[in-house]
Design a protein around this ligand. Structure first.
Ligand code: ADP
Ligand code: ZN
Ligand code: ZN
Length: 746
């Protein structure tokens, strides 16, 4: 009896932008080896290309599909648990699998970009022998002789590129010497990762205080049981959350498991990394956006094989193929940088972390001084285990906070002013006593707009619906979104044509710095914003200089608000605390509270007591009242009632549909078509709000519209949208971005 040959087919997502997954037949020889997640080579339009196996099945609807050519090495393979995570992301965030794969697996891994290897040339005989040989051949082969001369001075070996340069020869004489077996060459990897070569003083674990110990006990219980559970550590700044992370990591490492720790992009500083490198002797992968392709590929492989078990990085580090994951930490879980918002899938790093924890039975720790309302709600409802740290660790005290009514200051000053009297005297005293000051302002540049006082129109970018910012140092007006700029300032209003009506509004960090120097000529300042940190390493340099006391005042934007530890800072001030309160968004109160509390948390972290000044035109706003006393609980109580009243998350789910296009009419028309279709096909429990221009109605020449969907349930929506998108016809030049659980609706 002849056994009928069993058939097997694979659905494959090819790397090239082909609309949908394709079916391929699998040759019998590969039946037992092939698995979902593997990388394969397949034929497509007479070319051989790479792809990822999504699923395997005994039948295919495609008639006589082509055959898979070969299986690739494991290097680019998506491990099984990441594979289920990928499917979840695709379904939940309404983003097709191909896009999801492309986002999760770095390009260098898909393309298997090896670390750049260089040739190292070394001596193959003893220096004594070679010295004689060099003398011997010098008259006939002077070039070979000089290669030997240089190598004899560098007996540890030289890179080929260095040798060629030092000996002043081409590669030919070197090749000849290799053939003669007088010298050898070997491939080496040049490691240029920044911190690798540094040595750190090892720090010992601290004895935990009672609150820390209680939190740690709950966490280790989860780790020891090898179950999934999310913990929220709600602890004021400086209360010792990081110390708990460090000890939890140690606990997991001792079990041979690995850890992923997410930190906000901005906090991925040398100071943070040093703290981890000085506690663990094990290698640590620090995944930041400056890694070269080769470095990224190399890190991926070492993480995949378990050679590296500690992974620290921003949002996308959650996709690292950690082997035997035991713990995921999301520090500052409320941080908006965890949400991808400009590209689909618009995933939330924290939520993906929780899902990955559940899929891999790992412990998840979220940490924050000011948790997002959604997270705290989950903790209150026992979805997460809550631990509270109410006092600063060590001996540091919470700072004294003053809210200054800037309305009164403006009256005293007979016009707007940047600094209240209280702030000025505070600064003066610190300069005299050699203590340090942080001044926070959410705007960079000198003035944030150039406005006509006759028609009230600001000068806007040619390509964006955004006011141009004046930069005094460069004497230009520039767009902070697309980089468009005009040299100098305008004499005449381009809108109404009136002359001498152009005025500047809205001081930025550059202005604060100059104004401060006018008042205190002797003051030493450092400024930190995107203008001063364009160059690699400048971020760390400014922090180092400030820490070592090279300046009295550090002026900056968000960059200075997060996670920094400057023991000598005793005064921190928000120059204009309400700048974000006016943004029409359900999260604006939360954002202002978080920022205020964060800046406040920078003062008095050492032995000296700290003081915080909040300058505002809304001194009675409850956000400031609660932030001033670090009273998160009362802030939460008020905020959650408001969310309930208006049906915002966590009492509903939101989805934001953003439609953009170079042709305004066409984009708007498509938005209407899509909305009408959704109203017709989605359940009646989905509330679909009207279409409106986005907060910035035009960005980089694209007109942008949006509408919101509000629903008690979100499960199934992404999957439905995925199918819908595969069938719907978008007009050319029109783009759709679906943002599930948007961080902001502005
Ligand atoms: P957070 O992460 O909550 O801001 P950290 O973990 O950075 O707090 O702790 C703030 C400071 O207190 C650090 O200098 C840290 O070394 C110190 N610290 C933390 N826990 C303890 C402890 N149990 N005993 C003594 N010092 C501690
Ligand atoms: Zn005008
Ligand atoms: Zn622009």
């Amino acid at each position: 009896m002849i056994e009928t040959e069993k058939k097997l087919f694979a659905t494959i997502i090819v790397d090239q932008a082909v609309g949908k997954p394709l079916d391929y037949a699998i040759p019998t020889s590969l039946h037992s080896a092939i698995e979902p997640g593997m990388r394969v080579v397949i034929p497509l339009r007479k070319k051989q290309i790479k792809g990822t196996v999504i699923s395997l099945h005994p039948t295919s609807e495609v008639e006589n599909p082509s055959e898979v050519i070969e299986l690739l090495e494991d290097g680019g393979r998506i491990p099984e648990h990441l594979f289920s995570l990928m499917k979840w992301i695709s379904d939940y965030y309404g983003s097709d699998l191909r896009k999801t794969i492309m986002m999760m697996i770095p390009r260098s891994v898909r393309d298997e970009v090896q670390q750049k290897k260089q040739l190292m040339i070394c001596l193959k005989k003893s220096p004594k022998e070679l010295t004689e040989i060099a003398a011997d051949i010098r008259s006939r082969f002077p070039k070979q002789a000089s290669v030997l001369d240089v190598l004899l001075q560098n007996t540890k070996g030289l890179l080929l590129t260095e040798l060629v340069q030092k000996a002043g020869v081409t590669k030919a004489p070197i090749d000849t010497l290799i053939k003669k077996e007088l010298i050898t060459s070997k491939q080496v990897i040049i490691d240029n990762s920044e911190l690798e070569s540094d040595e750190f003083f090892q720090t010992a674990p601290k004895t935990l205080n009672d609150e820390q110990a209680a939190a740690f006990k709950k966490i280790t219980a989860t780790i020891d049981q090898e179950i999934y559970q999310t913990h929220l550590i709600h602890g004021v700044t400086g209360s010792g959350k990081t110390e708990i992370y460090l000890q939890a990591i140690d606990h997991v490492l001792k079990k041979g498991k690995s850890v992923i720790m997410l930190v906000p992009e901005i906090a991925l500083t040398r100071q943070t990394i040093e703290r981890f490198k000085s506690r663990f002797t094990q290698p640590i992968a620090v995944l930041h956006h400056r890694l070269s392709k080769g470095e990224r590929f190399d890190a991926w492989q070492k993480i995949r094989t378990g050679d590296i078990k500690i992974i620290i990085g921003a949002r996308s580090a959650i996709f690292s193929p950690a082997k035997d994951l035991g713990l995921i930490i999301v520090d500052e879980e409320q941080d908006s940088s965890y949400k991808q918002k400009d590209d689909m899938p618009c995933y939330h790093g924290r939520d993906v972390a929780i899902m990955r924890g559940a899929m891999t039975k790992s412990c998840v720790i979220l940490g924050s001084a000011t948790p997002s309302i959604e997270t705290f709600y989950n903790a209150k409802n026992d979805k997460y285990q809550l631990s509270t740290l109410s006092v600063r660790a060590g001996n540091a005290k919470l700072p004294k906070v003053d809210i200054i009514d800037m309305g009164i200051e403006y009256d005293k000053n007979k016009g707007p002013t940047l600094f209240s009297d209280k702030l000025l005297s505070g600064i003066e005293r610190r300069i005299e006593d050699g203590e340090q000051i942080l001044l926070f302002l959410n705007r960079r540049g000198f003035y944030t707009s150039h406005v006509c006082t006759s028609c009230n129109e600001p000068i806007k970018c040619k390509h964006c619906d955004v006011s141009l910012t004046y930069h005094k140092n460069d004497h230009l007006l520039s767009c902070h979104v697309c980089g468009y700029s005009i040299q100098g300032v305008l004499e005449k209003c381009p809108t109404c044509g009136s002359k001498e009506t152009m005025k500047f509004r809205g001081p930025g960090t550059e202005h604060v710095e100059r104004a401060l120097h006018k008042i205190f000529p002797q003051v030493r300042t450092l400024r930190m914003d995107r203008d001063t940190t364009k160059h690699k390493g400048s971020h760390d340099r400014i922090f180092r200089e400030f820490r070592s006391g090279k300046a009295d005042v550090l002026i900056g934007t968000q960059m200075i608000a997060k996670g920094l530890h400057f023991p000598n800072v005793t005064l921190a001030a928000l120059i204009n605390a309400d700048s974000s309160l006016h943004i029409p968004d359900f999260r604006s109160g939360e954002t202002v509270f978080q920022l205020t509390a964060q800046v406040a948390g920078r003062a008095g972290r050492g032995v000296l007591p700290g003081e915080v000044i909040i300058q505002t035109l809304l001194p009675h706003h409850t956000v400031f009242k609660h932030a001033a006393t670090e009273d998160y609980l009362n802030f939460y109580k008020e905020e959650i009632q408001e969310r309930k009243l208006f049906g915002y998350p966590p009492f509903s789910h939101l989805a934001r549909f953003q439609i953009s296009g170079y042709n305004e009419k066409r984009a708007e028309k498509f938005a209407h078509q899509l909305r009408t279709h959704l109203i017709k096909t989605l359940p009646k429990t989905c509330d679909i709000l009207p279409i409106a221009p986005c907060g910035h109605a035009k960005i980089k020449d694209k007109f942008r519209f949006q509408f919101l969907l509000r629903s008690p349930q979100i499960a199934g929506l992404g999957k439905y949208l995925n199918t819908l998108m595969a069938h719907i016809k978008k007009p050319s030049g029109t783009y759709l971005l679906i943002d599930i659980d948007p961080h902001s609706t502005f």
